[in-house]
Design a protein around this ligand. Structure first.
Ligand code: 13P
Length: 249
C-alpha cells in the first residue's frame, strides 16, 4: 500500500473543500489502481471538523497537521490537543515537520507530542530531515538516526508510526535528492529502525520535498518507498491527481 499524503500547511478556506472533493472523485473512478494506495489530506485546524465530517466513510481521509504536546483541555491559548482532534473522527496527524521544528519544537516536545497522539489512538506521520549544511557535511544518516532515537521509544506502538523523510533543503525548492542517494537513505533507515527497535515490524517510509508530477517519475523507481508527503502540489486537485496518475503510468 502506497501513501499519497497532502500537507496543506497554512492554506485553505471552507470553499477549498472542492479540492478534496475532486481528488476523492478521482479515487472512486480509479478502479484499476485505487486498492494499491491511500490518500490523506491534511488541512489546517480550522477546516478539520468540516472536512472530516464531509469525508467520513469516504475513500479519502483527513489528517491533522500538528497538536499541542499534552493534556486534553487546558489553559493553552490557541492550542488544539490530540484528544480534540481524535474526537472529530480523525485518525492521522503529522508531527515533527521541519517548519514546526524551525519555530521551536525540540526533541523533548516532539516526544511528548508522539506520546499524547498515541494515547489518543492517532496514526502518526513523523517527519525527519537534514538541512543543507548537514547534507554537505555528509551527516544525513547520522542526523536522521538521531532524530528518530531522541523521539521514538521502543515501548511505543510502532505500527502506528509512519516516517516521513523530508530533506529540509528540498522542501518547496524544486531540488530533489538523486534517486540512488534517496534509495540508499531509505534502505539504511529501514534497516536501522528494525535493529534499533528490535522489531520485525516493517516501518513505512515516505518521501517529502518538491514531489510533483515530474519528479514522481524518478521517485517511483525507488520501490522501498511507501509513499509521499506532498506540500505545494497538494493544493491543486489536478497537480495532486497527476502525481498519482504518473506514479502508476
Ligand atoms: P513541498 O512539496 O512543497 O516541497 O513540501 C513538502 C512538505 O513539506 C510536505 O510536508
Amino acid at each position: 500500500m502506497k501513501y499519497f499524503i497532502g500537507n496543506w500547511k497554512m492554506f485553505g478556506i471552507p470553499g477549498s473543500i472542492k479540492i478534496v472533493d475532486r481528488i476523492n472523485k478521482f479515487l472512486n473512478k480509479d478502479k484499476k489502481n485505487n486498492k494499491k494506495y491511500k490518500v490523506i489530506i491534511a488541512p489546517p485546524h480550522t477546516l478539520l471538523q468540516d472536512f472530516s465530517q464531509k469525508f467520513k466513510d469516504k475513500k479519502i481521509s483527513i489528517s491533522a497537521q500538528n497538536c499541542f504536546y499534552k493534556d486534553h483541555f487546558g489553559a493553552h491559548t490557541g492550542s488544539v490537543s490530540a484528544f480534540m482532534i481524535k474526537r472529530l473522527g480523525i485518525n492521522h496527524i503529522i508531527i515533527g515537520h521541519s517548519e514546526n521544528r524551525a519555530s521551536g519544537e525540540n526533541d523533548v516536545i516532539l516526544k511528548e507530542k508522539i506520546f499524547t497522539a498515541l494515547k489518543n489512538n492517532l496514526n502518526i506521520i513523523f517527519c525527519i530531515g537534514e538541512n543543507k549544511i548537514q547534507k554537505r557535511k555528509k551527516l544525513t544518516t547520522k542526523v536522521l538516526k538521531k532524530q528518530i532515537t531522541k523521539v521514538l521509544k521502543r515501548n511505543y506502538n510502532l505500527k502506528k508510526i509512519i516516517i516521513a523523510y523530508e530533506p529540509i533543503w528540498s522542501i518547496g525548492t524544486g531540488k530533489v535528492p538523486k534517486t540512488n542517494e534517496l534509495k540508499k537513505t531509505v534502505i539504511i533507515l529501514k534497516k536501522f529502525l528494525k535493529l534499533n527497535f528490535r522489531t520485525k515490524h516493517n516501518f513505512q517510509i515516505l518521501y517529502g520535498g518538491s514531489v510533483d508530477n515530474k519528479s514522481i517519475h524518478n521517485f517511483k523507481l525507488i520501490k522501498e518507498l511507501d509513499g509521499f508527503l506532498i506540500g505545494g502540489a497538494s493544493k491543486s486537485s489536478k497537480k495532486f491527481i497527476d502525481i498519482i496518475r504518473n506514479f502508476y503510468k
